[in-house]
Design a protein around this ligand. Structure first.
Ligand SMILES: Nc1ncnc2c1ncn2[C@@H]1O[C@H](COP(=O)(O)OP(=O)(O)O)[C@@H](O)[C@H]1O
Ligand SMILES: [Mg+2]
Length: 437
């Protein structure tokens, strides 16, 4: 007995020490805390509550099953109802079959077998309900096999702070940020040659262009800037730019040069420069356009012809550029059809789509096209205090939430100076001595 009292008194101390230890573990090594302790408990909880959650989110189906039921049998003399348990066929709510959740860096993923008549869209529609039921940041639905879907769950928003990853060293591939899944956000011009980068002011468009410039600067590529806002965006990067156009007529001249190069490649018999031996291959050119709308806005009628010329040239590059190593990266606040049919046609040719925070739902729709509606909701939900967060659409039909690395102008300017010696001369590109005759 005398021993018990001190032991009892020590108990709160032990508990407090345990709690502090757990807190410190979670605080200082969240990854091991998640895998060793939090994940197993979460996974068991998810499995245990799946029936309730599925029922609440409307994902169950009625099925005929043999089930124990309770039916009133008779009223006995005391007035109480006597019940009888019977085993019979009744309609019960059946939940979709769930595999055991597997841990990921930012949450977990789980495969679910669809019930008859269900499609993946049924799950995308209730993704927000599922997220709230589980108390997590987001639930994303993907399906790689008929009859099955995978739910990718992120517990906290992984894009609040984005840590750097080593740059890509492959030609025309740049790691510009991180995807919500924790993977690298790669802009790969070799698979997706032309990009639309939309967003309101201060949403992070220029930051993304900076990231691209920093990534491409050390590579053997020519960079061209179209900056109709008087050159304020790209002039500091001039040392690494082979050409910079700050007026519409300069853009028109540069586009004529680019079209000319495509023509010469074709005359020389090179229908696709990537089939040429590396030594004979003309240098790839990435055209960075800031504020695309400026190219199309007409102040008076006299500009009509020039705009039409630019519009046609951009469209031709978008249609044929890939084979001749010319790639477009067009940024803009509104890339809408009000700017004319040229923009609509150009947009259709740009399969890479990036939508930063936007002010109106139409811009999101125009940028992301007819993607999954939840992508549009996600784009509209990007908060102003998270510049650089964007929805990225890929040709594969999947979309991702991502955030670019923060690349201040100073860093991009520094990169432009460091790699200035790699800048191909525009006169050489025009002459293109390397193309075999
Ligand atoms: N990924 C990011 N992480 C942190 N801050 C960012 C990020 N992207 C942009 N910013 C900040 O947001 C502000 C607006 O970015 P900017 O790229 O100039 O927007 P836009 O060109 O769309 O007007 C800048 O101050 C920039 O430093
Ligand atoms: Mg900008």
């Amino acid at each position: 007995m005398p021993d018990t009292l001190p032991e009892l008194l020590a108990l709160p101390g032990v508990l407090a020490a345990l709690a502090a230890g757990l807190w410190a573990w979670r605080r200082f090594h969240p990854v091991s805390f998640w895998y060793v302790l939090a994940y197993p408990l979460t996974a068991v909880g998810i499995r245990a509550s799946w029936r309730k959650v599925a029922l609440g989110c409307g994902l169950t189906k009625k099925r005929q099953r043999f089930w124990w039921t309770v039916t009133p049998a008779a009223i006995v003399s005391t007035g109480t109802v006597k019940v009888r348990r019977t085993f019979r066929r009744v309609a019960v709510d059946t939940k979709p079959w769930m595999w055991f959740p597997l841990p990921t860096r930012y949450g977990w993923r789980v495969t679910i077998r669809l019930l008859e008549g269900q499609i993946p869209a049924d799950y995308s529609e209730v993704a927000e309900r599922l997220a709230h039921s589980w108390g997590v940041h987001a639930v994303r639905v993907s399906s790689d096999k008929p009859g099955r879907i995978r739910l990718n769950v992120t517990i906290h928003d992984p894009l609040i702070r984005v840590d750097q990853i080593p740059p890509s060293t492959d030609l025309l591939k740049v790691t510009v940020g991180r995807l919500e899944t924790g993977g690298a956000w790669l802009i790969d011009f070799t698979t997706v040659p032309h990009w639309i980068n939309a967003g309101a002011t201060q949403s992070g468009k220029s930051n993304l262009a900076n990231a691209l410039l920093v990534g491409l600067a050390p590579q053997p590529v020519a960079l061209v800037g179209f900056d109709l806002k008087g050159g304020v965006e790209f002039t500091p990067y001039a040392p690494r730019l082979s050409a910079l156009a700050t007026s519409r007529s300069e853009c028109s001249d540069l586009l004529a040069d680019l079209i000319g190069r495509m023509g010469r490649c074709r005359t020389a018999g090179a229908r696709n420069i990537w089939q040429l031996p590396a030594d004979d291959r003309p240098v790839p050119i990435v055209v960075l356009v800031d504020e695309l709308a400026e190219l199309y806005l007409m102040a008076d009628k006299s500009e009509k012809d020039e705009i039409a010329r630019i519009s046609t040239a951009l469209l031709r590059i978008a249609q044929l550029g890939r084979a001749f190593g010319i790639y477009l990266f067009c940024s803009g606040q509104r890339i809408s059809s009000e700017l004319g049919p040229g923009v609509t046609a150009l947009r259709a040719q740009c399969s890479g789509r990036i939508c930063h925070r936007v002010n109106d739902p139409e811009t999101a729709t125009m940028t992301l096209g007819d993607l999954d509606p939840s992508a549009l909701d996600s784009a509209r939900a990007i908060p102003a205090e998270k510049p650089g967060v964007a929805i990225v659409a890929h040709q594969d039909g999947h979309w991702y939430r991502a955030r670019s690395f923060h690349i201040p102008e100073k860093t991009a300017e520094q990169a432009a100076h460091t790699y200035a010696h790699l800048t191909p001369n525009w006169a050489d590109i025009r002459a293109e001595a390397k193309i075999p005759a």
